[in-house]
Design a protein around this ligand. Structure first.
Ligand SMILES: *Cc1c(COP(=O)(O)O)cnc(C)c1O
Length: 560
């Protein structure tokens, strides 16, 4: 499968650059995730970078964000269809609107749910996409203000979309002026005067944005470092490498550069033109039109030239690549916005969110918990020390100590953006996403339950609704603990800085996984290098020796 690597640190940094620049002009930023298909990891990276909320155009993506526990304000960017008023009110806090009829329906839907839905009224300043025509603005506002289920929180505009109209002192000044007269005429305060998308950034950075405009909705510049926005003159502080598409070479051969035989139309109805450059080494990649918009692929290696594509294959000229690539090698591409959208939407492209600066693995262990439980494992610190894990305090770098908690309670002191692997016969309450909201850094898509033997109907529903990964004892019987743990580690690590492990003694035993399987699971955790914290539940005097051994396996103890 082709793969898109998503560097969340880069997105976070870009978001910070954008929000700080905008902040210095008094402009708040909604981070727009539609280019990344509402991927929750991406939304979180944007929020860490300082955006005030998330803008999304698709209900499916908003649902994905909500399911992942995101509780920031979510703005629906696309005008809500009349037929989906209820869904709009349920999923989004704010929506961009331009039709009174729709706003009336939103108001009714909100009233039915005993809610108030926030509305930003869009004004068309000439781009001719959505928006109320300025002549109709004041009477529309008057009607909207009379509706009980909605609150007018702002006005906004969209430029450089359909009509490719650029922001200017004139149109932005008009927007600010309309906002001021609405506030004055109707005695209301508007929270947002939303002046557009990434394409407004160059204008803002030139210091030309009128003071009344206090909000932008930014996607491309944060996700792609402004590849399209700052096309001619990149804005240096932004990093353009958050997304990298890679494919694998399926064939590399020297072939003529012009097809042999009479030519007709290609598989997509086009009539291709070929330049005769003689015999050239060329390659075929497993990337096709099903996956991306090939016209806006930008090879990372300047020696690579895209020749064309069919539904499943991308044909490239590799004559200028040194050393000459071979079958099985990967080739990387940056993507224009259209290619990014397609790749992120395609089921055939693997998405791999990651951090490029994963903190160094902890080298000291801080054992915490009930003193009675700690007394059951007296030799543990010494044995951990033999594995190279000292007691905390000795290390100057500070933050790299791993909390090992004995008994119930929260595992404190784990960096943000972590996953969870819970080895337990029961779903339990500890560690469920509901207990540790996304704001604290754990998201359901990185939560894995391993070794389940019982789950009540509510627990089952919770697992399904929240998209937790769960492996029952039956899954382990069928697939084996190695494969299950490999997947568990992969899920817990995807787009996180590592994971917390909860080991509940209930998982091991006659009806559960064996002691050997428990060791294997812990050894695989150790080998992954991803463990940021460990919690042990169900420790008692009878199992203390065995559990000590499991813990040591989790810290990398091997027989030899
Ligand atoms: C997509 C979208 C944006 C964000 O556009 P970018 O060019 O990605 O910054 C802003 N507003 C609306 C209404 C949009 O649909």
């Amino acid at each position: 499968m082709p793969r898109v690597a998503i560097r969340l640190d880069v997105i976070e940094r870009n978001a910070r650059v954008v929000t700080q620049a905008c902040g210095s002009y008094g402009v708040g930023v909604f981070g727009v995730t539609k280019g990344a298909c509402g991927m929750p990891h991406v939304a979180r990276a944007m929020l860490r970078g300082g955006v005030i909320g998330i803008g999304e155009s698709r209900y499916e993506n908003i649902r994905r964000l909500r399911r992942s526990g995101l509780d920031c304000p979510v703005l629906l960017l696309r005008s809500p269809p009349l037929s989906r008023a209820d869904e709009t009110v349920r999923l989004a806090d704010i929506s961009l609107n331009s039709e009174l009829e729709v706003i009336e329906e939103l108001s009714r839907a909100a009233e039915r749910r005993a809610k108030v839905h926030d509305v930003i009224l869009m004004v068309d300043l000439g781009d001719l996409r959505e928006g109320v025509w300025p002549d109709d603005l004041m009477w529309t506002v008057e009607r909207v203000l009379a509706l009980p289920g909605v609150r007018l929180v702002g006005i906004g505009t969209n430029l450089t979309c359909f009509g490719a109209v650029l922001p200017s002192e004139k149109n932005m000044g008009e927007l600010a002026g309309y906002a001021a007269s609405i506030e004055e005429t109707f005695g209301v305060g508007l929270s947002y005067v939303s002046g557009g998308n990434s394409s407004s950034l160059p204008f803002l950075l030139e210091g030309r944005m009128p003071p009344g405009v206090d909000n932008l909705r930014i996607g491309e510049a944060i996700l792609q470092g402004g590849r399209d926005t700052f096309f001619d003159q990149p804005w240096e502080p932004l990093d353009r490498d958050a997304f990298l598409l890679t494919g694998e070479l399926l064939e590399v051969k020297v072939k003529p550069s012009v097809p042999i035989g009479e030519t007709g139309v290609d598989a997509f109805g086009g009539k291709p033109v070929f330049e005769d450059r003689g015999l050239r080494p060329r390659g075929i990649l497993n990337i096709g039109r099903e996956d991306v918009a090939v016209e806006v692929l930008l090879p990372v290696d300047p020696g690579v030239r895209v020749l064309g594509a069919s539904s499943d294959h991308l044909i490239i000229d590799v004559a200028d690549v040194r050393p000459l690539p071979k079958v099985g090698d990967t080739v990387g591409f940056h993507m224009g916005y259209a290619a990014l959208l397609a790749a992120m939407t395609s089921e055939y492209v693997e998405k791999d969110p990651m951090y490029d600066q994963v903190p160094p693995a902890p080298r000291s262990v801080r054992v915490v918990g009930d003193p009675q439980l700690m007394a059951l494992v007296p030799g543990l610190p010494e044995q951990l020390a033999k594995l190279g894990f000292g007691e905390p305090g000795g290390d100057e770098s500070g933050g790299d100590e791993l909390p090992l908690r004995l008994g119930d309670g929260r595992v404190e002191g784990v960096a943000d953006a972590y996953g969870l692997i819970r080895l337990s016969a029961t779903v339990g309450e500890v560690g469920l996403a509901a207990e540790r909201p996304a704001a604290e850094g754990l998201s359901p898509e990185n939560t894995v339950l391993v070794g389940l033997r019982e789950a009540g109907p509510e627990e089952s529903a919770f697992i399904k609704e929240n998209g937790l990964a769960a492996y029952t004892i039956v899954d382990i019987d069928i697939r084996g603990i190695r494969e299950v743990m490999r997947e568990a580690v992969r899920t817990a690590k995807a787009g996180t800085r590592g994971f917390v492990v909860v080991y509940d003694a209930s998982v091991t035993g006659a009806d559960g996984i064996s002691a050997r399987e428990t060791h294997q699971a812990m050894e695989l955790i150790a080998a992954s290098g991803g463990m940021l914290g460990l919690q042990v539940i169900g420790l008692n005097s009878a199992n203390a020796a065995q559990i000590t051994a499991f813990i040591l396996s989790g810290f990398g103890r091997t027989i030899l």
